[in-house]
Ligand binder design. Sequence first.
Ligand SMILES: [Zn+2]
Length: 136
Amino acid sequence: MIWEPRPVPAVTPETAPYWEAAADETLLLRRCTACELTFYYPRARCPDCLGDDVEWTEANGTGTVYAHTSTNVAAWPEDDLPLVLAYVELTEGPRMLTTLAECDADAIEIGTDVEVSFIPTESDDVSIPVFEPTDD
Ligand SMILES: [Zn+2]
């Protein structure tokens, strides 16, 4: 259930710092300095007040499973099934659509504690944040 290396996502000037930080095993979020909302995915304007005074902030990498599903049927990655998809609610508040790794798919529940880990891609400047259970 590692599925490595992952495909390289489309990196834009807006998201490059996020992917580069992930390659250094750091999860970055965006924070609006006007209304103090911390948000994900990374973008240039605050999704709440639409302000453009946003900064990068380092997440501590912990959260809980908000919702999840798994599949044993997929065209790829056929060797790394089941594929467990989840919304993880980060300690800082935002929810990330992600995959769970190093886990028993049947043991995942809403509220399971997870922490981030990073899976390499074929680009040295990009890694993919995924999450692993911490209390199994
Ligand atoms: Zn804002």
